[in-house]
Design a protein around this ligand. Structure first.
Ligand code: T46
Length: 132
C-alpha cells in the first residue's frame, strides 16, 4: 500500500460562501507543527524532486491547480490537486515532483515537523538505496 492518499474535507457553506477548517488529529492525521505555502510559481517550472525521511504532510491547492508525481520505489502515481476541498496526505519516504502549476496556484502544505534540511533526500539514487 502506498504511503499517500487523498483526504476529502467537509466544506461549511452558506449563502455567503464556503469555509474549511483543518484541525490536528481530526481531519489532519498528525499534530500540525508547520504551515507553508507555494505561490507565484512561474509557468513551466517544476519543484520538489526529493523525499522526506520522517515527515508527514498534507498538501491542499487552495487556489488553482498543480500536479504531484509520486513514487515510493514500487508504485508511481500522478495526482491532480485542483480543489480546496481535497487534501493529499504524504507520509515519509515518498519521492515527489510538482508541476503544471496554474498561474493562480496557491499550494498550502501542513507539516508534522519543523523545517529540517537534514530530513530531505534530494538525490533519487540515494532515495532508491534508502528504501531498500
Ligand atoms: C515538500 C514540497 C511539497 C524553509 O526555509 N522552510 C520551509 O519550511 C520550507 C518548506 C522551505 N524552506 C526553504 C528551503 C529552500 O531554500 O525554502 C526554499 C525552497 O524550498 P524547497 O526547494 O524545498 O521547495 P520545494 O517546492 O521543492 O518543496 C517544498 C517543501 O520543501 C517540501 O518539504 O514536500 O514543497
Amino acid at each position: 500500500m502506498s504511503n499517500w492518499r487523498m483526504i476529502d474535507f467537509s466544506a461549511l457553506g452558506d449563502e455567503r460562501g464556503s469555509l474549511i477548517a483543518l484541525e490536528s488529529h481530526k481531519n489532519i492525521p498528525f499534530l500540525i507543527r508547520r504551515v507553508y505555502y507555494i505561490y507565484d510559481t512561474k509557468i513551466g517550472v517544476s519543484r520538489g524532486f526529493h523525499a522526506h525521511r520522517d515527515l508527514e504532510q498534507v498538501a491542499v491547492c487552495v487556489s488553482g491547480e498543480c500536479t504531484f508525481f509520486l513514487d515510493d520505489g514500487h508504485q508511481r502515481e500522478e495526482i491532480l490537486l485542483d480543489s480546496p476541498i481535497k487534501g493529499l496526505y504524504l507520509g515519509s519516504m515518498v519521492w515527489r515532483e510538482m508541476s503544471n502549476f496554474s498561474h493562480n496556484c496557491v499550494l498550502m502544505v501542513l507539516a508534522s515537523r519543523h523545517y529540517d534540511e537534514l530530513d530531505y533526500i534530494r538525490n533519487y539514487e540515494d532515495f532508491l538505496r534508502d528504501i531498500k
